[in-house]
Design a protein. Structure first.
Length: 293
């Protein structure tokens, strides 16, 4: 049960959730929509961190990372992904590369899930010129990372096309060429996770975005399109998922524009329950103040 219903964070505006379970707590990392009054556009300068032990009560931590903490970046704190690996916490982010309109992917590291985080590489992990068949200057958006059971790490990301590469064991270098995954109506907002031996790749589908997903028995594919998991979010054109298991149940995090004065550039994070059917397909169930309906 969610104490006040969705959205779960009501001040400030939050977007693009990524979620980590660590030592009995859930750590929620979000973008921060912060346009000044009268401006209807993306203004995102830093990322935020919240934690909870029951998904009902959320503690806000001081902002652990800003776009300009990457000295090679000019700003724009877009969607991200946090993973725990080797006793450290790695935060993969999308920012605007200094000196141009192109987005790049960076990675920060910390000894603690709440930070502080610092640039782990001193330069971008992925730049626009590394991409095959890149058309949009926003091609390097929305990184998501999976640490597999064998310890190997994999990166998915993209805008307009979905890109895929294996990471080196230090998580700050690519270990394979970048390839393109063919997914129907792929827009952005990729999220990769694994359940019962199956890989699930969810993403923003079309525009305005719904959330669709594909599955595979191999991390490199082939991927089978499975359908729509979340319809267009209320009063919001984008739709970025995060999926976790916590306390024996599965949860689906996303954002919408449902708060007063909210919208596509003033978004707020929500949680719903998630169920896996016998055939492995996923089903989302809306959370309410009374429980699950």
């Amino acid at each position: 049960m969610i104490k006040e219903g969705n959205p779960i964070i009501r001040n400030p505006y939050t977007a693009d959730p990524t979620v980590l379970v660590h030592e009995g707590a859930v750590f929620l990392y979000t973008g921060h929509d912060d346009p000044p009054p009268g401006v209807d556009d993306y203004r995102m300068h830093d990322w935020l961190c919240f934690s909870s032990t029951d998904l009902l009560h959320w503690a806000e931590h001081s902002s652990p990372l800003k776009a300009t903490d990457f000295q090679w970046a000019s700003g724009d704190a877009y969607a991200s992904k946090v993973v725990e690996y080797g006793g450290k916490f790695y935060w993969f982010v999308s920012v605007t590369h200094a000196g141009g309109p192109y987005k790049a992917i960076g990675v920060a590291v910390s000894d603690n899930p709440t930070g502080p985080f610092a640039d782990a590489k001193g330069s971008a992990l992925v730049t626009h010129d590394m991409l095959p068949a890149a058309e949009s200057n926003k091609a390097n958006l929305d990184p998501t990372v999976l640490i597999d059971e064998d310890g190997k790490a994999y990166l998915f990301w993209g805008n307009g096309r979905c890109y895929f590469a294996e990471l080196e064991s230090n998580l700050t270098q690519l270990a394979s060429p970048i390839s393109v995954i063919d997914l129907p109506e792929f827009s952005e907002g990729a999220h990769i996770h694994k359940k019962n031996g199956t890989y699930y790749l969810a993403y923003g589908y079309g525009y305005p975005e719904r959330v669709a997903y594909a599955t595979s028995r191999q991390i490199g594919g082939p991927w089978e399109f499975k359908g729509i998991l979340n319809e267009i979010a209320g009063n919001c054109a984008t739709n970025r998922p995060a999926i976790i298991e916590f306390g024996g149940s599965d949860y689906f995090f996303y954002h919408n524009g449902a708060l007063p004065e909210g919208g596509s550039h003033r978004r707020s994070v929500c949680i719903d329950r998630l169920y896996y059917e016998e055939d492995g397909s996923m089903r989302r169930v809306v959370m309410t103040t009374e429980g699950v309906r």
